[in-house]
Design a protein around this ligand. Structure first.
Ligand code: GAR
Length: 214
């Protein structure tokens, strides 16, 4: 349903999640653990990666979840790759598309297809430190608190309406690796909780406000 300044995603019983991941897939693993419980209200039905060697693909295979690789090198250009990702995701008929460590930008044509139902997890407290190096950039800036953000994806880079955030303190002896590991612990819990609630209760977006529980 569209309203002039926003949209509403209705609750979906047994919501179908398609997870896009480029990396090791610890966030995917957390979603796969959560979906074992029928009360979670959502289940991962497909995994799509841009990287043939992504650990996330191994996790999908081990869990018996279908997975697809859509590698940019197999396409003539960015638009064709974007269409390939859209088609791969469409096959799974998702209620929600979850970007869990997916390190590429999706074009507006992808987002238009799944408008308002694409969420991303980012390892910083947006709007600070968007982009591919959120942890490194926060550390370099010298912030004492950073964290993670789950947000609705819009046409910008990490600019969409924020659904939920968790703060994580920066320790004096942190390096990028230690800080990212602590952020990931918070991030997994936040992603599982936020996606589950959005699936079970719906999500209303009005301007910059994204509220679970339509
Ligand atoms: C996560 O920390 C996620 O927030 C980050 O990649 C990591 C993936 O971890 N994503 C970004 O930085 C996107 N800009 P995982 O592969 O173990 O889930």
């Amino acid at each position: 349903m569209q309203t002039p300044s926003g949209h509403l995603v209705e609750p979906a019983l047994g919501a179908r999640l398609v997870v896009l991941a480029s990396g090791g897939g610890s966030n995917l693993a957390a979603l796969l653990a959560a979906h074992e419980d029928p009360a979670y209200g959502a289940r991962v039905v497909g995994v799509v990666s841009d990287k043939p060697g992504a650990g996330a693909l191994d996790l999908a295979r081990q869990a018996g979840i279908p997975s697809v690789v859509v590698a940019p090198s197999d396409f003539a250009d960015r638009d064709a790759w974007n269409d390939g990702v859209r088609e791969a995701v469409e096959v799974f008929r998702p209620d929600w598309v979850v970007l869990a460590g997916f390190m590429r930008i999706l074009a507006p044509s992808f987002l238009d297809r799944f408008r308002g139902r694409v969420v991303n997890t980012h390892p910083a407290l947006l709007p600070s430190f968007p982009g591919a190096h959120g942890v490194r950039d926060a550390l370099a800036y010298g912030v004492r608190v950073t964290g993670c953000t789950v947000h609705v994806v819009d046409d910008g880079v990490d600019t969409g309406p924020i659904i939920a955030q968790t703060a994580v303190p920066v320790l004096d002896d942190d390096d990028e690796g230690t800080l990212h590991e602590r952020i990931k612990v918070a991030e997994r819990a936040l992603l599982v909780e936020t996606v589950g609630r959005a699936a079970r209760e719906g999500l209303r977006v009005e301007g910059r406000q994204a509220v679970v529980g339509a």
